[in-house]
Structures are given as structure tokens and as C-alpha cells.
Write a protein that binds this ligand. Structure first.
Ligand SMILES: Cc1ncc(COP(=O)(O)O)c(C=O)c1O
Length: 276
């Protein structure tokens, strides 16, 4: 996701890169280091936009982009000529039906894959974030440029990581088991968190995006001090636009520990929230 921006941005033309807001912060760093200006959320004008990141299911909200949003984004891309980088690393963490992907959306809408590239990863489906292993698919001309760039920046994968990746991609049983475990954790944790706080079941991914009755950083600090539970303040995952930070008054809770630990943490969060 980072390297791709370095490949496609032309910084001599006042480049702008659109990121969702809140968002995974690599998009912002990628834009800045490529010599572009990041734009957070829906821009007022798409003039000068060279690249737009999408994230579905989204970190941190767990929201899946519906077909109509893809249609609108594709139309903008066709009009203004920008590239869409669709971050789909949570695509295999879902609860009933697999989420719509960008390539699937393009196909359903009878559109080509021009200016569209999707990024997948082993890190969530196989619990292997340290491997930094995934695949990229979509517009062949863009992928050819990206491949050339990768040969120069020297991030070729070691043979051991390649072999482990092949084993992980070949096996679906552990991915199904992973999904079952997340579903079990959400079933157990959601009613506890929901009783004092406002949240909803995500469409995908493994986060609860929870409204906080007090400032989110304050909530996270006091929860850690009083209950030894770590959550991420939502305002740290977003940027202020027009005087408002869309992550404010939210925290992201990741259900990545064991069922027992998640349940214990949920009980502590519940106790803490009730004390506010
Ligand atoms: C939205 C999003 N994209 C990408 C990544 C990184 O994936 P990888 O571990 O494959 O580099 C993460 C990891 O947290 C993420 O949340």
C-alpha cells in the first residue's frame, strides 16, 4: 500500500491522494512521502486527485462498501483519471456472506479493471501480520509498473516467507476456523459492551467501533489505568477536517486475544463504562 503510491504518483503536478477518514495511517504517510497532499474523506473537488485509497471491510469501523458507493467512486475515477487502491486485507474476516470486493464490484457494473488495484494480505486471514505477505490484483499496466518498482526497492520476499505464504494460501480450513472464532468472540463480547456503550456488529473485520461518553483519549487512558485494558482512541485514527475529527468520541476495540481474555476485557470495559 505504501510502495504503490511511490510508483503511481506524479509529484510534479500538485498531486492529491484521497484517504478515508478515519483510516489506516499508512495511506497518509504513503501520500506525503510520494510528494502528494493527503485529503481526508470526501474532497470538495476531485481535481488533481491521482490516487484514492478505499478500505472495505474498513479499519476501524468494520463497514463494507456497498455496490452503489463503488459505482460512484468508479464514475469519479473515470471522470478525473485517478487510480483506486482498494485495501481488502479484512476481506476474509466476515460473519455471514463474504464482503463485496472492488474487482467483483467492477465486474458487476460491467466496468474494466482500468485504474483499479486491490491489495490482499495473509495478515488477518492467517493471523500472520509479521510476514507482510499478500497479493495485488487488477489493472495489469499498473501492476507491471509496481513490479518494476519492487525490483528496485529491494523488498523481495525471502524463500522461507514465500514457502510459508504458499502453505497459508493453499489452506482454507484455518481461515474458516479463524472466522468461527471471531464470530464466537463477537457473540460473547458484544452484549456486554453494548449494555453501557453504543456500538454495532461490524460487517467484517475484527474491531468494535464504540462511541465513548467522554473524550476518547481520556476514556482510553482511564480504562488502562483503572482496568489494565488497552483500546485505541478513535481520534488517533482520523484527521480533523472542517473543525471536526470523525474519530473523536470513539475507541477501537480489537478482538484479537483469546475468547477468555476478550470476555474478561469486555467485563472490565463494562464496569469502567458504568462507573462514568
Ligand atoms: C487496513 C489495513 N491495511 C493493511 C494492513 C497491513 O497489512 P500487512 O500486515 O499485510 O502489511 C493493516 C494491518 O493492520 C490494516 O489494518
Amino acid at each position: 500500500l505504501f510502495a504503490f503510491a511511490q510508483t503511481v504518483i506524479d509529484p510534479t503536478r500538485n498531486a492529491r491522494v484521497v484517504c478515508p477518514n478515519p483510516f489506516y495511517q499508512i495511506y497518509e504517510g504513503a501520500a506525503i512521502l510520494a510528494g502528494a497532499t493527503p485529503v481526508y474523506g470526501q474532497p470538495e473537488s476531485w481535481e488533481g486527485v491521482q490516487l484514492a485509497y478505499a478500505c472495505s471491510p474498513a479499519n476501524p469501523s468494520g463497514r463494507v462498501m456497498p455496490l452503489e458507493e463503488w459505482r460512484a467512486l468508479f464514475e469519479l475515477s473515470d471522470r478525473y483519471g485517478f487510480i483506486i487502491a482498494s485495501d481488502e486485507c479484512y476481506s476474509e474476516i466476515y460473519f455471514d456472506t463474504p464482503p463485496l470486493g472492488a474487482l467483483e464490484a467492477a465486474r458487476k457494473l460491467g466496468r474494466s479493471y482500468d485504474r483499479l488495484v486491490v491489495f490482499s494480505s495473509l495478515s488477518k486471514r492467517s493471523n500472520a501480520p509479521g510476514m507482510r505477505s499478500g497479493f495485488v490484483a487488477g489493472d495489469a499496466a499498473l501492476i507491471a509498473k509496481f513490479l518494476l518498482y519492487r525490483t528496485y526497492h529491494g523488498s523481495a520476499m525471502s524463500l522461507s516467507v514465500q514457502r510459508a505464504s504458499i502453505a497459508a494460501w493453499k489452506d482454507e480450513a484455518h481461515v474458516r476456523e479463524n472466522r468461527r472464532l471471531y464470530a464466537e468472540k463477537f457473540r460473547a463480547v458484544l452484549p456486554l459492551i453494548r449494555s453501557p456503550l453504543e456500538t454495532r456488529m461490524p460487517d467484517g473485520a475484527f474491531y468494535l467501533w464504540v462511541r465513548t461518553p467522554i473524550d476518547d483519549a481520556e476514556f482510553a487512558r482511564r480504562l488502562y489505568a483503572q482496568q489494565n485494558v488497552l483500546v485505541l482512541p478513535g481520534s488517533f485514527l482520523a484527521r480533523t477536517v472542517g473543525g471536526a475529527n470523525p474519530g473523536a468520541r470513539h475507541v477501537r476495540i480489537a478482538l484479537v486475544a483469546s475468547l477468555e481474555e476478550c470476555l474478561e476485557a469486555a467485563r472490565r470495559i463494562m464496569r469502567f463504562a458504568q462507573s462514568l
